[in-house]
Write a protein that binds this ligand. Structure first.
Ligand code: AMP
Length: 402
């Protein structure tokens, strides 16, 4: 059998998440996480998934190079070394691909330079992604390394959805436009939803609600994204764990002029201290629901604001799509929080939307429908799998160029 293993790397500023998958059968062989890179108490957690064995380790890890070497050693102990002939490619999650990268791309010096050129629009993410890629390339220079971009799925948005209504020259000079994020998740979930309906992706219109700590919605027509809620950065759109989502931009001028806050302070306020955490002090939906059950008014209001925004986007994307076949809930909140799903579609019967209480209450890690059998628009819960999507896209690309 030809080699078919793909290593997926997701490099953040102080962490690296990884999974090794065998793409001949889609089986996950190993997975792990290195966190607190650069600290004395960095932590590595590695799981050999076919046996269930888990190893954990705490100690100093100086940088991403040391982190990658440490995870490579762990893989090696399980017989999955980076030098294994079974390994056909490494797939890297890259957050921002701008307008340039519409597809997964084999990485070379030109691609690296372009990812670097995009740093001004992704100052937190692209530098960390680049370090991970460069380190992996140094460890295995002969192996194809593929970048899979969070923005790529959204590059099919028409200009009417992708442009902000600001001066065109200014927008173009500074690359100010709506890029969207969570693209691998929206791509995976919209396809999996079509499959759940027994249809081809080209034949269905789906609204995907990716509700995790970060949250975004997308309108997908016939397998192609036509609108999404995140914009130039992941700050726009839904209420999130710590981000405000949509806000009048003049709030920023007001806080600067009247509140005397600096741009960095406002950036931190809107990205880290807003959303659910800003409204009630908690960003975990489980804790918010527990507090609501105890009669906590702040938690109740935070939940209501979260749902109000979500409903607005569902309505908006019904209008954008014209006809909708299904709405799919995914990510930590979307997959687990039945009360969020119930509240999000409550009162939307005129749009053909409702959930069946008993089906909504079922806990499962499988894609499933939660709408009544005769529903005009199906409501689905579809667990996302960004690593599998990155591995699938990476494998397809290297197979194609064989
Ligand atoms: P993610 O970013 O997709 O990993 O989602 C993380 C978020 O999912 C957490 O902050 C929680 O708010 C939420 N979450 C995870 N498990 C549950 C659960 N069982 N019930 C409600 N919310 C959950």
């Amino acid at each position: 059998m030809s080699p078919s293993r793909v290593l997926v790397l997701n490099s953040g500023s102080s962490s690296v998440k990884y999974q090794l998958l065998d793409m001949s059968d889609g089986v996950r062989l190993a997975a792990g996480l290195v966190e607190r890179i650069g600290e004395e108490s960095a932590r590595l957690k590695h799981a050999h998934l076919t046996s269930g064995a888990v190893r954990e380790w705490t100690g100093p890890i100086a940088d991403h190079e040391a982190a990658l070497k440490a995870l490579a050693e762990e893989l090696d102990k399980d017989g999955f070394g980076l030098d294994s002939p079974e390994l056909v490619a490494i797939g890297h999650r890259v957050v921002h691909g701008g307008k340039t990268f519409t597809e997964p791309t084999v990485i070379d010096e030109v691609v690296l330079a372009e990812i670097e050129r995009l740093i001004p629009v992704a100052p937190l993410h692209n530098p960390a992604n680049l370090i991970g890629i460069r380190t992996a390339m140094a460890l295995r220079p002969d192996l194809p390394q593929v970048a899979v971009f969070d923005t790529a799925f959204h590059t099919t948005m028409p200009e009417s959805a992708a442009r902000y209504a600001i001066d065109v020259q200014v927008a173009d000079e500074y690359r100010v436009r709506r890029y969207g994020f969570h693209g691998t998740s929206h791509a995976y979930v919209s396809r999996a939803t079509a499959k759940l309906l027994g249809k081809a992706p080209e034949d269905v219109n789906v609204i995907v609600l990716h509700l995790g700590n970060g949250a975004s919605a997308s309108a997908v027509r016939g397998g192609k994204c036509v609108d999404t809620s995140m914009g130039l950065t992941p700050l726009e759109g839904l209420v999130m764990g710590t981000r405000s989502g949509d806000i009048d931009p003049a709030v920023i001028f007001h806080l600067a002029r009247v509140g005397g806050m600096s741009i960095d302070e406002i950036d931190t306020l809107l990205n880290k201290k807003s959303g659910l955490v800003g409204l009630c002090g908690d960003n975990d939906m489980r804790e918010i629901r527990r507090r609501i059950d105890e009669g906590d008014a702040k938690a109740r209001l935070a939940f209501d604001i979260y749902i109000h925004r979500l409903k607005k986007y569902i309505g908006a994307y019904c209008a954008v799509l014209g006809t909708v076949d299904a709405i799919a809930f995914t990510a930590g909140v979307g997959e687990n929080a039945a009360p969020v799903r119930e509240a999000a579609v409550a009162g939307l019967e005129t749009l053909g939307l409702s959930v069946d209480g008993a089906l909504n209450a079922v806990r499962s890690d499988q894609p499933r429908l939660i709408s009544p059998e005769d529903a005009r628009v199906k409501v689905a819960v579809v667990p996302t799998d960004e690593e599998l999507e990155i591995a699938t896209q990476t494998y397809a690309l290297v197979r194609q160029s064989d």
